[in-house]
Design a protein around this ligand. Structure first.
Ligand code: ZN
Length: 230
């Protein structure tokens, strides 16, 4: 029955297959290759099956995450910032500082200080990108919120508020820019119609490459753990 994607933003590919024997809809994440299969009984419509998978998008994202090993953020770990690897080393200050290839963090609170630095940087970059695209589109947005969402990289509400995952700061900058262009384009088109994608292309020419990057690599951005309950 083909493949579709669940979760907004990049989404996760799901293979849908019909089964004559299945009694109810079931979802399975392969522990071998991370493929997600949705098995649908004969009498259930594709719409209902899609809705079911969409509701389970957080569960799918979590199941996939368990397959990419967690990377704890401690002294000596490496983390990408704007797509470039940064080594975490001991610093003297009370807050973390970043250079081209190093993050200096206080030894007593490595994870929390690195996370605070990344969140602030993500906010600055995403506000700048949203301002730029909103001006180009001739629309205003409400406020911007940063979250750590698992199944989506951003969203745009009906009243024009934007939400982004701060983990986008780990991805190459063109990926962060694409997500901002995508959400800002929703200020003009609240759907994924042809007009919407034309608006995205106008704001962010060549957006397909960063979009594909997110589909391929997006899950890996969730493997970094900043505290033990993260
Ligand atoms: Zn969208």
């Amino acid at each position: 029955m083909g493949q579709f994607r669940v979760g907004s933003g990049a989404g996760v590919p799901v293979d849908m297959r019909r089964s004559a024997r299945a009694r109810r809809i079931s979802l399975r994440v392969s522990t071998l290759d991370g493929r997600v299969t949705l098995t649908v009984p004969k009498h259930v419509s594709a719409e209902v099956a899609l809705e079911f998978a969409e509701e389970k998008s957080d569960w799918i994202a979590r199941a996939l995450e368990k397959q990419s090993p967690a990377v704890p953020i401690v002294m000596g770990s490496q983390i990408p910032v704007e797509g470039r690897p940064h080594l975490i080393v001991a610093g003297k200050g009370r807050t973390a500082r970043i250079t081209d290839d190093v993050i200096e963090a206080p030894t007593t609170r490595v994870g929390a200080s690195v996370q605070a630095l990344l969140k602030a940087r993500a906010r600055a970059r995403l506000v700048a990108a949203s301002d730029r695209y909103a001006a180009a589109l001739g629309r205003d947005y409400g406020r911007i919120t940063m979250r750590d969402t698992r199944s989506r990289w951003g969203s745009c509400s009906h009243d024009g508020n934007l939400m982004y995952s701060w983990r986008l700061i780990l991805a190459p900058l063109e990926v962060l820019d694409y997500v901002a262009a995508h959400e800002v384009a929703h200020l003009a088109h609240m759907d994924h119609s042809k007009n919407f994608w034309n608006a995205v292309e106008g704001l962010c020419p060549g957006y397909k490459a960063p979009r594909n990057w997110l589909r391929r690599e997006g899950t890996s951005l969730h493997s970094y753990r900043f505290s033990s309950n993260d």
